[in-house]
Design a protein around this ligand. Structure first.
Ligand code: ATP
Length: 207
C-alpha cells in the first residue's frame, strides 16, 4: 500500500513529518509520498515558490527511508486538483492500494473539492482525527464506504473511508512564518536544515 500526503508545505514542519512517519508505520506502508501542490485551489497562494517548497521537503526527508517527495503537481499546469494527482498515481501504481491521508479539518471541506466523488475511484481516504473526535454529520456517501477494520483497506485498491486517531503536534506553517517575520526562532518545530534554507533564501521575512 502507498500513502499519499498532499499539502502546501510552506514550509514543511514536524507536524507533517511526524504524521507521515506514524501512518507509514501504523498501516505498514511501502512508502508515503509527500506531494506539494503548485497552485492550491482552496486557499491563499503560498509565500515560497513551488521549487523552494520542494527543496525544503527534500531536505526534510533526506535521511528517512519510506518517505518520498513527489513533484508531479509542480509539473502540471493549472490548479492542483487531488483527483488528477490520484489518477496519475493510479496509472503509475496499477496494483497498489492507495491511501489518501487528510486531516479532519480538510475532511470537513471535502464536499467542495473538485470532482470529489471520483477520489474514491482511485484511492481509499483515511481521515486523521484527534483521539476522541466524535463522528457527527458524516455524509451518507462516506458512511456507505466506511470500514472499521484497517485490514479491509488492503483487500481492495480504492473506495473506502477509514478514520484513524492520531496525536497531532500543535504546529502550523502559518505560525512558523509569523514567527520568522517577528524574528523569533522557529527551532525545534521543523528540521534545522529547513531553517537554514529559509535563512539562506530570506524566506518569510515579512508578513
Ligand atoms: P498553513 O498553516 O500554511 O495552513 P499547515 O501547517 O496546515 O499550513 P499544510 O501544508 O496546509 O500545512 O498541510 C498539509 C497537510 O498536513 C494537511 O492535510 C493538514 O491537515 C496536515 N497538517 C498540518 N499541520 C499538521 C500537524 N501539526 N499535524 C498533523 N498534520 C498536519
Amino acid at each position: 500500500m502507498i500513502g499519499v500526503f498532499g499539502g502546501t508545505f510552506d514550509p514543511v514542519h514536524y507536524g507533517h513529518l511526524r504524521s507521515a512517519l506514524e501512518v507509514k508505520e501504523l498501516f505498514g506502508l511501502d512508502e508515503v509520498r509527500l506531494i506539494p501542490c503548485k497552485l492550491p485551489p482552496h486557499r491563499d497562494q503560498p509565500d515560497a515558490t513551488p521549487t523552494m517548497r520542494l527543496d525544503m521537503l527534500q531536505i526534510a526527508i533526506q535521511d528517512q527511508s519510506g518517505l518520498v517527495v513527489d513533484a508531479r503537481e509542480l509539473n502540471r499546469d493549472g490548479p492542483s486538483y487531488m483527483v488528477d494527482t490520484l489518477q496519475s498515481l493510479r496509472e503509475d501504481f496499477p496494483k497498489h492500494p492507495l491511501l489518501l491521508f487528510i486531516g479532519s479539518d480538510a475532511f470537513e471541506k471535502l464536499l467542495s473539492w473538485h470532482r470529489w466523488q471520483e477520489l474514491f475511484d482511485f484511492a481509499h481516504v483515511v481521515v486523521l482525527i484527534r483521539p476522541g473526535y466524535a463522528l457527527a454529520n458524516v455524509d451518507t456517501f462516506f458512511l456507505a464506504r466506511l470500514v472499521v477494520n484497517q485490514s479491509e483497506l488492503s483487500s481492495s485498491l480504492a473506495g473506502r473511508v477509514f478514520f484513524q486517531p492520531v496525536t497531532q503536534l500543535d504546529i502550523s506553517a502559518t505560525a512558523i512564518r509569523e514567527m520568522i517575520a517577528r524574528k523569533q526562532s522557529p527551532r525545534f518545530l521543523l528540521p534545522d536544515g529547513v531553517i537554514k534554507y529559509i535563512h539562506q533564501n530570506r524566506l518569510y521575512q515579512t508578513h
